[in-house]
Design a protein around this ligand. Structure first.
Ligand code: 5GP
Length: 190
């Protein structure tokens, strides 16, 4: 049995990665399983522990780092986020494809560990549109808006390093392009 293939979905915060991710996960042709990250960020009302994230304490996160259980981790907007390695190893060794969603800096360490992973960067239509989206989503927290926008600016600067960049202007077109590239890669490995 061949190993599963990893799809990395990256891009600035609030760029609409969530909609693209859901469409990819719901596409039966892609046979994708979602890599659930650990985070110290507080759970939002619409989120489910163990589905959207594993919501953990600082001590629990530090323990995962100490045990080398994270493929990569980062600090974002004052909280830690990390990609658990055991669940990814388990899935790809069973031949399952895995979708990992990370901010841009998480991509390098994942590619170092899993060189054949296929990475996509979701680019906002423009910075003004992103500013509007971030301001609407985090309207009660001006400091968070500024931190997310600064991070988005930095992320957009490293976007040209990605081989595959899709625009968030048209979710359907972005999903179709990601699917085309990923299916092609799956076909090449046969
Ligand atoms: P949010 O707080 O909006 O759920 O996520 C903030 C950012 O962290 C998003 O850009 C998301 O893609 C990214 N993120 C989520 N999980 C991980 C992870 O395990 N590692 C890294 N590097 N980034 C992550």
């Amino acid at each position: 049995m061949s190993k599963g293939l990893v799809l990395i979905l990256s891009g600035a915060s609030s760029v609409g990665k969530g909609d693209i991710r859901e469409a990819l996960l719901n596409d039966p042709d892609m046979k994708l399983f979602y890599s659930i990250s650990e985070t110290t960020r507080p759970q939002r009302p619409d989120e489910v522990d163990g589905k959207d994230y594993y919501f953990v304490s600082h001590n629990e996160f530090a323990e995962s780092v100490k045990k080398h259980e994270l493929l990569e981790y980062t600090e974002f907007n004052g909280y830690y986020y990390g990609t658990p390695k055991p669940q990814i190893d388990f899935l790809i060794n069973k031949g399952k494809n895995v979708l990992i969603e990370v901010e841009a800096q998480g991509v390098g360490p994942i590619k170092l560990n899993i060189p054949e992973a296929v990475a996509f960067f979701v680019m906002p239509e423009g910075f003004e549109q992103l500013e509007k989206q971030v301001s609407e989503r985090y309207k009660d927290d001006e400091a968070s808006i500024q931190r997310r926008l600064n991070k988005a600016k930095m992320d957009m600067e490293i976007a040209p390093l990605f081989k595959h960049v899709v625009s968030n202007a048209d979710t359907e077109a972005a999903v179709a392009e990601i699917k085309r590239v990923f299916m092609e890669r799956l076909e090449q490995r046969k």
